[in-house]
Design a protein around this ligand. Sequence first.
Ligand SMILES: Cc1ncc(COP(=O)(O)O)c(C=O)c1O
Length: 401
Amino acid sequence: MDSQTWMMLSEKYIAHTYARYPILLVKGKGTRVWDMDGREYLDFVSGLAVCNLGHCHPKVVKAIQDQAERLIHVSNFYYIEPQIRLASLLCEHSFADQVFFCNSGAEANEGAMKLARKYAKEKMEGDRYEIITMERSFHGRTLATLTATAQEKFHKGYSPLMPGFKYIPFNDIGSVRKAIDSKTCAIMVEPIQGEGGVNCPSEGYLKALREICDKKKILLIFDEVQVGMGRTGKLFAYEHEAVEPDMLTLAKSLAGGVPIGALLIKKEIAESFEPGDHASTFGGNPLATAAGVAALLAILEEGMLENCQQVGDYFFTRLEEIKRKFPLVQEVRGKGLILGMELKTEGGSIVKEMITKGFLINCTMGNVLRFLPPLIVTKEEVDQMIVALEEVFSRISNSSE
Ligand SMILES: Cc1ncc(COP(=O)(O)O)c(C=O)c1O
């Protein structure tokens, strides 16, 4: 069957929750993917920050193969060896003492919010349950995480939303102070907002959040679903400012492409979870956590963080060069290999044109081109993408003259 027929069947049988580009990808290796018709693409999307190690990293493939032959799934009624390994590795390399495993970013955030409420009931004075989140945030698509996501466009059609959330502008410490009241139990924030347009806080913002949370005795939750696991050039984005949260959520790239989510927790807070309080059938299953161990070790042992910093800095300067040449570019921002280029025009058609040139890029918020290549991307590959992008920008500039 040819790719066109497959795409027709997709439209017929798969719910239309995604606006898809007309290519059907069948193979991936490193920074490249191939479609069913044999066309090759350089991937600057990485499955939306999932394939940080590149596609089909040999150590992850081997770990999945070995684990699949031994044990794919057992219930969390029993101890699970790769789950224990992954949890200890995550704790050794972070602020956390304990981990709750699940299957996605939304589920990790649900866990964080449930635990914040439970901890508040047990340890905080009064009746505290409200969570403060930031405008332009993104925390997931379940009803609670959707409510936590302070962007109206995601709320449309789903009212009534969950009670217990308050929204404030991102990167504005004054509004944090004003928003906290006798109901507040936690602040949840992405150290860099991904879906919301690659928005970086100014230096000192996360530290100030930490200080306020300590003073008010409320919890600080970092959502590192998109920026965790090396994406910013450190294993966790919070390390850049040496500010530790009380809880941190991960998913996306944690298991090199196998679905997984994790909630990293400080011990005192984790103690509010007792057997039966929270669970997930697949959470931390042997296959996913075996892949997670292999992925985490590869990030740490193969120089990916260093490459991310170096190539990320280079990439940033190349994007800045484009900005200087083309007035349609408003701003370049980001850290490591999560980079955004805000345009004065919509970016969807640019993404389509880049696909025809053999490059996968993404556009978020309608006008922010977002670049999320695997952490192994080279300067030469960045150059190739920049050449293609310049061609597209030149064509747009010439046609609008
Ligand atoms: C920061 C952040 N949090 C949560 C999520 C939701 O993750 P998932 O789609 O795995 O539920 C995303 C997804 O893009 C995200 O970027």
